[in-house]
Write a protein of this length. Structure first.
Length: 264
């Protein structure tokens, strides 16, 4: 059956109309999809912005609350009291120090002088033991948080004077120089830095790794004291990425820098 020229023209118009309608429908369909996607992205951005603003306000609130709490606790701690060095008053001081140490365990505050001062005033052995338990608790919490990711933890290790603790993973050696009831004296040597030993320094019950540490290359290292006697002690060696603790000036490094500058 032969199709006439008119039929061909009509068929051509029909085909073009169908394709045109399909194209128009596709444009409308994809336009709606793009519009919905744009609306979804805008809604996600709005929620993200709201979350950021909420987090920022929460941080500001936390900082303000923390400052107020720290000021209040320290105010009570240093408040003059007629009770003097009575046991009950000293236990209250111990409680206040524990509140400060635990609530601000992630803040590099050096509370060691306060703990040592209170320890010197305590007379009961159980009170002294409790005070040291508080600082061990804080040091343990800090050690866990500092070493949980890309850190090193030796665990509790029994040592004597003259022992050398070798940590091949860090190319580091800890030399135990002396052991006594109040602490352990040691130095730290690292082959990674090629520098002379750091120390000697004394580790006491009131040292915490967040502030009492030394830099060895890309890491910071700290010793935590668990128990100490006349001949043996139990320590814990940890190392963690150096950015996790605030940097401090090393007096020896500073002196060498000045010397090198003067020699130029």
């Amino acid at each position: 059956m032969k199709i006439s020229d008119t039929g061909i023209k009509i068929l051509d118009i029909g085909v073009k109309g169908v394709f045109g309608a399909l194209i128009a429908a596709a444009v409308v369909y994809y336009g709606n999809i793009l519009q919905d996607e744009r609306a979804r992205v805008q809604e996600e951005n709005r929620r993200l912005q709201a979350a950021i603003e909420l987090t920022s306000r929460q941080k500001e609130f936390d900082v303000d609350l923390g400052m107020r709490l720290f000021g209040t606790l320290m105010g009570y701690y240093f408040q003059k009291n007629q009770a003097g060095a009575e046991p009950e008053y000293l236990r209250q001081q111990m409680l206040l120090l524990r509140l400060v140490a635990l609530n601000f365990q992630d803040v590099p505050i050096h509370l060691k002088p306060l703990f040592e001062n209170l320890d010197s005033q305590l007379t009961a052995a159980e009170d002294k033991a409790r005070l040291r338990d508080i600082m061990r608790e804080v040091a343990g919490r800090q050690a866990y948080r500092l070493t949980i990711d890309a850190g090193y933890d030796s665990g509790p290790t029994k040592v004597r004077a003259g022992d050398k603790l070798r940590f091949d993973e860090l190319l580091t050696t800890v030399d135990i120089l002396s052991v006594g009831p109040q602490g352990v004296r040691a130095t730290i040597r690292s082959e990674a830095t090629g520098r002379r030993p750091v120390g000697p320094f004394t580790i006491t019950y009131f040292d915490t790794p967040l502030v009492d540490n030394v830099k060895i290359g890309e890491y910071r290292a700290a010793l935590i004291l668990y128990r100490a006697g006349t001949e043996t002690a139990e320590v814990r060696f940890i190392a963690f990425p150096k950015h996790l603790a605030a940097d401090r000036f090393d007096i020896q490094d500073l002196a060498r820098m000045f010397r090198d500058v003067q020699m130029q």
